[in-house]
Write a protein that binds this ligand. Sequence first.
Ligand SMILES: NC(=O)c1ccc[n+]([C@@H]2O[C@H](COP(=O)([O-])OP(=O)(O)OC[C@H]3O[C@@H](n4cnc5c(N)ncnc54)[C@H](O)[C@@H]3O)[C@@H](O)[C@H]2O)c1
Length: 294
Amino acid sequence: MKNLKGKTAFITGAASGMGRGMARIFAQAGVNVALGDIDVASLEAARDEIAGLGVVARAYLLDVSDRAQMYEIADAVESDFGRVHIVCNNAGVGSGAPALDETPDEIFDWMFAVNTMGPINGFKAFAPKLKKHGEGGHIVNTASIAGVRIAPGMNNGIYAGTKFAVVALSVAMQDAMAPHGIGVSVLCPAGVDTNIYRAGRVRPERFGGPFEREISATMAALLKQGLSPDQIGRYVLRAIEDNDFFIFTHPETREWVMEWHARVMQGFDRADDLRARLGINAPPQPDPSKMRKA
Ligand SMILES: NC(=O)c1ccc[n+]([C@@H]2O[C@H](COP(=O)([O-])OP(=O)(O)OC[C@H]3O[C@@H](n4cnc5c(N)ncnc54)[C@H](O)[C@@H]3O)[C@@H](O)[C@H]2O)c1
């Protein structure tokens, strides 16, 4: 999508971190911004900051995991701005949980509701509005490098599970939106210097309410050494202009993904071996993606 000046972007998680970085960079490019977030104080401060950059900026108090609220906000944004062109489903939470079997049920519910259902809710609420005006548009879903690679021993399986789902859904969104001139990107960064380690403070009551947690010194150091939210904003703006699907902001993480894929391939080596040893003679599976095209 080119010529972004004067267009409108809706960003979730816009009060802090990467969402706020996207808002700043979009505003500098002349894009009007509708900011959605659950943290009212930071949201208002962000709105004032973005309005100070000379674009129209409005704040919408929103819990992305609340489907009904997302539909209401989508209507409100459309009525306030007219046409919405860019939707960034960015709000997300992390949690330094104990071992998986000891992790409370509410942590699973909360993380999947925000990180996975949040982007689904944003997509379902805004896609019809982007299609309707026919001027094209772009949807950016924030996953993570943890959405394309999972490392044993890191105890971040819930987070990775929520983000793998975002990558898979983004492929399906791209399929659905391409015929309407609407692009889709999935943002997969490694460390970014944000407030994500304080995500517990905005956990909604129905998932157990706010909590504070200490993060490990290693994690704190990793985040501090990360990219800045504005640098992420610049990557996102460029991906929208160039219609890139994957947004990898840390090229060195290619190695991490290759390690993960090597583990998947080891599983296939074992499958070859087992088929031979068990004497199972099955006809080869046709590739469903090729069947569809045929
Ligand atoms: N920081 C990193 O290193 C990193 C790396 C990869 C991916 N991510 C992802 O980036 C996204 C943005 O996170 P960040 O790092 O900027 O963290 P952040 O905590 O600085 O910002 C996240 C924002 O989302 C808001 N939010 C949380 N729950 C919400 C809800 N239910 N409804 C609406 N808003 C809600 C928070 O109030 C906050 O303003 C998340 O999806 C996160 O998973 C972060």
